[in-house]
Design a protein around this ligand. Structure first.
Ligand code: GDP
Ligand code: IMO
Ligand code: MG
Length: 423
């Protein structure tokens, strides 16, 4: 068996949570491989709506095991809150035994969040626009070899090591100015660490590889999007992990030759939250229309998402980096009322017309070359089969498949589980 991967091809919030939830009955294991509670994965079914930050989106299927992989960074307070919310809604993954955590996953400390906030406020207008969840500083401690991991919580020297790392953070924070009181947060953190011990800790590399050997199916769930990848995104306006297929290998401990299908998710338009370049951004009425119709407000922070037209050079780049084998187009319904839809086919850059994403688009802007496509002008939220797809939407799909050279296998026409069409 192979590991299938599902990940975002744009700047995050493509609808990963919804599709993982739709796919999960086909899989024995769903494994989140990177990121942390900067993610907000929304799923809707039976008139209920859930937003998951750390927990994989296969959690509502009791027959699927859900793994928080070693490449993830965990805020125990947020994880506990997510599980409390699920319990209130009648779901109990810990009791049912369908949630496990990798020992190698790193812990986000309260002081990591203070460092994130201090760093962002120091940067002023050039700030990244991080989610302030402590993601960057936690991954810095991971690569700096200072971090604390889930497996450390059961060791006798955990408190000592926590105090040591905290002291280091406080010293750095003192250079930024006065350190705010975080005693309440610290108490909540230490209590959540005790709670974390009640969730089974596993060696994710052995678990996933055993599943593969036993012929069980595995889906790796990405967070954020390819254009936020720390190596290939619009650096420094990126997150601090590898959001690409390669991140599934390092985040779970699976070899590259075990990767099977790679499902790349994208919206029928584009959004971005936080700072950084966004060549097709619309700062006009059309952009506002996309924001309102698409409810483009962050699932984690509530911030208004920036909106714009679909960007083919950026999507081609993401497809190449990830080895995407199948595409999934989300939120087609948001374009239902548009007479015309624009598509960015090329960029004008340094006086040339190019069809790829250049290295430098921060100081030297890439100007989008747009092509107009006929809209379908019809409500598609009620359609459930491919035969019902309006001709103009069908043409849009065919146009994109031709340009991207990868088949679009699923179409999403609304936030609910049932609003998903296999093509
Ligand atoms: P994720 O981070 O990739 O899981 O995506 P988010 O949950 O942050 O954002 C996607 C948003 O779009 C959520 O509010 C979903 O409920 C919603 N959504 C998902 N698919 C569709 C769709 O096809 N149409 C519409 N209108 N909304 C959708
Ligand atoms: P999901 O998984 C959209 C963005 C932040 C910021 C940058 C760095 O829901 O798609 P960080 O807190 O990671 O240091 O912030 O990355 N960002 C996201 N944008 N969706 C996400 O996750 C994101 N996670 C981080 O807005 O610009
Ligand atoms: Mg999201």
């Amino acid at each position: 068996m192979q590991v299938d991967v599902l990940l975002g091809l744009q700047w995050g919030d493509e609808g990963k949570g919804k599709i993982v939830d739709v796919f999960c009955p086909k899989y024995d294991l769903i494994a989140r491989f990177q990121g942390g509670p900067n993610a907000g994965h929304t799923l809707e079914f039976d008139n209920k709506k859930f937003v998951l930050n750390t927990i994989p989106s296969g959690i509502f299927n009791e027959d699927t095991l859900n793994l928080i992989g070693g490449g993830v960074v965990i805020d125990p307070i947020i994880l506990k809150r997510e599980l409390d919310n699920l319990r209130t809604a009648g779901f109990d993954p810990v009791g049912k035994g369908n949630l496990v955590i990798a020992r190698r996953a790193h812990l986000i400390l309260p002081t990591h969040q203070l460092l994130d906030a201090a760093s962002e406020s120091k940067m002023g207008s050039g700030k990244i626009g991080s989610t302030l969840k402590g993601i960057g500083p936690t991954y810095m401690d991971k690569t700096g070899r200072n971090g604390l991991r889930v497996g450390d919580t059961t060791l006798s020297n955990f408190t000592e090591r926590y105090e040591k790392l905290k002291a280091k953070h406080l010293e750095i924070l003192s250079h930024y100015g006065e350190v705010p009181d975080f005693s309440e947060k610290e108490a909540a953190f230490l209590s959540a660490i005790e709670f974390l011990k009640t969730i089974p800790h596993v060696d994710s590399e052995h678990l996933v590889n055993r599943y593969l050997k036993e012929g069980k199916s595995v889906l790796a769930e990405g967070a954020q999007g390819t254009l936020l990848d720390v190596d290939f995104g619009s650096y420094p306006f990126v997150t601090s992990s590898n959001t690409t297929t390669a991140g599934a290998c390092t985040g779970l401990g699976v070899a590259p030759n075990t990767i099977g299908s790679v499902y790349g998710i994208f919206k029928a338009y584009a959004t971005r939250v936080g700072g950084g370049p966004f060549p097709t951004e619309l700062e006009d009425e059309t952009g506002e229309q996309l924001r309102q119709l698409g409810h483009e407000f962050g699932a984690t922070t509530g911030r208004a998402r920036r909106t714009g037209w679909i960007d083919l050079p950026a999507l081609k780049y993401a497809i190449m980096l990830n080895g995407v084998t199948e595409l999934i187009m989300m939120k087609a319904d948001v374009l239902d009322t548009f007479e015309k839809i624009s598509v960015c086919t090329h960029y004008k850059y340094n006086g040339e017309v190019i069809d790829y994403m250049p290295y430098e688009i921060i100081t030297n802007q890439a100007e989008p070359v747009l092509e107009e496509i006929q809209g379908w002008n019809q409500d598609v939220t009620g359609i459930r089969t491919k035969d019902e797809i309006p001709t103009a939407l069908h043409d849009y799909i065919t146009y994109l498949e031709k340009a991207l050279e990868v088949p679009i296998k699923y179409l999403s026409v609304g936030p609910d589980r049932t609003q998903t069409i296999e093509l």
